[in-house]
Design a protein around this ligand. Sequence first.
Ligand code: FAD
Ligand code: MLT
Ligand code: ZN
Length: 475
Amino acid sequence: LTADHCGLSRLPFPDVTSQDFDFFQRLLPGRAVTDEDDLKTYNIDWLRTVRGNSKLLLRPQNTEEVCKILKYCNDRHLAVTPQGGNTGLVGGSVPVFDEIILSTALMDKVISFDQVSGALVCQSGCILESLNQYLEGQGYIMPLDLGAKGSCHIGGNLATNAGGLRLLRYGSLRGTVLGLEAVLPDGSVLNCLNSLRKDNTGYDLKQLFIGSEGTLGVITAVSILCPRKPRSANVALLGCESFSKVLQVFTLCRDHLGEILSAYEFQDLESMRVVQTHLKLTNPLQDSAFYILIETAGSCEHHDEEKLNAFLEKALESGLVTSGTVATDRGKIKSLWALRECITEALAHDGYVYKYDLSIPVEKLYDLVEETRARLGTTARRVVGYGHLGDGNLHLNITSETKSESLLAALEPFVYEWTAQHNGSISAEHGLGFKKRDHIYYSKSREAVQLMQKLKKMLDPKGIMNPYKTIPSAD
Ligand code: FAD
Ligand code: MLT
Ligand code: ZN
């Protein structure tokens, strides 16, 4: 997908001139990249479906440099796309035309960690997995986890309001983020970087930047509340014959494991097959229509195992689950998680992936997968459903060998209309980015979008921050 394919016109931002290059070269010696080959991976998204044509990549190391970059760009009216780990799945992190890419990759320092409160303060380019490893050494963990942890940045996580695998237990970033620092498009710094649990002084401005997808400014530092590292962790993978049983197991699970439950993920047989086929992962269970991955995290191994066993006994004897395996050691826990976490990577091996990330009332959640499968028949290579069931978040993915316009026409607006009719959201956790911007109206009223446009105009009057993304342009 390039801008040409969407019939989108480049807004009248000036081209980057040799004087501009010189300015940035002086400001960031050796860190203003213009080599076409070096720029390639920054110009294309993780799914390899959106491609821009930026001629300049900037790699600042601190907030002051970000201020100078944005002030210059704002004065010159040059467009900028902030980029973290470039793992976003909606095309938000890559330029659409020739926007300057501002990468946070070199802003990767931990600023402070409070051993008592668990408040971590760090620069926005820290990689999620590195932060988690740093914290584990201190008896803490990050409150979020996702399959892209090895590459995504904490700033990117905030900018997308990422959900992931631990949201069920620790809640959304809107609750765990204590503060942030952002550089506004005019180069000024908004310092909301406090580490207080409670602060009711006026509007909570940090929330505006959480989920803003680079359209309001650059997040440069983050303060986040981290939970203690659980002393005991268990994972169970269960096979289930029907989706209604998956739901009944969820209720049973909450009854028995309430306070130690840390993840309740599901995947269907087709998504299990895709990781077996393309990544050669081993499914330890017999074929089942559905699989459930349950994780418990608690403070007492003995108690946790006792609770888990009581739950498993009940689930098996009532016929709600047909097979199961439990892991307590790190290696086996990792391999069970891989079956769920690697679906995204495995699907990409099929060819083109049509990706939908939907919030749907949980009882209806799998109906959409079945209806889509029936609707597409043999025209799709694969139709799979998986996701964060405990959060009511379905990942519906359809694959084909190459991108097909007729398949797309069969999927859209069908998927969006279906979701809106069931009072769902067309983006549960991935954001809108470039691909889904114009579909916002399926989930938000005209009035709400107009207010977003006014806020955007107020903070970014020249529209230089990540243009063509997230909020439809006002007309
Ligand atoms: P990028 O992709 O670089 O950028 C994403 C958006 O944020 C862009 O609009 C960009 O302009 C903006 N941005 C980035 N950094 C900043 C900054 N410092 N200031 C302002 N704007 C910024 N997402 C989930 O929610 N849950 C999951 O479980 C999940 N699993 C994933 C698994 C895989 C294998 C992959 C590839 C992706 C997954 N994602 C998931 C999507 C993605 O990882 C998240 O959206 C993640 O938060 C993006 O972080 P990033 O650093 O890669 O950001
Ligand atoms: C996941 O939960 O695996 C991620 O959100 C990525 C995806 O939707 O494929
Ligand atoms: Zn997800």
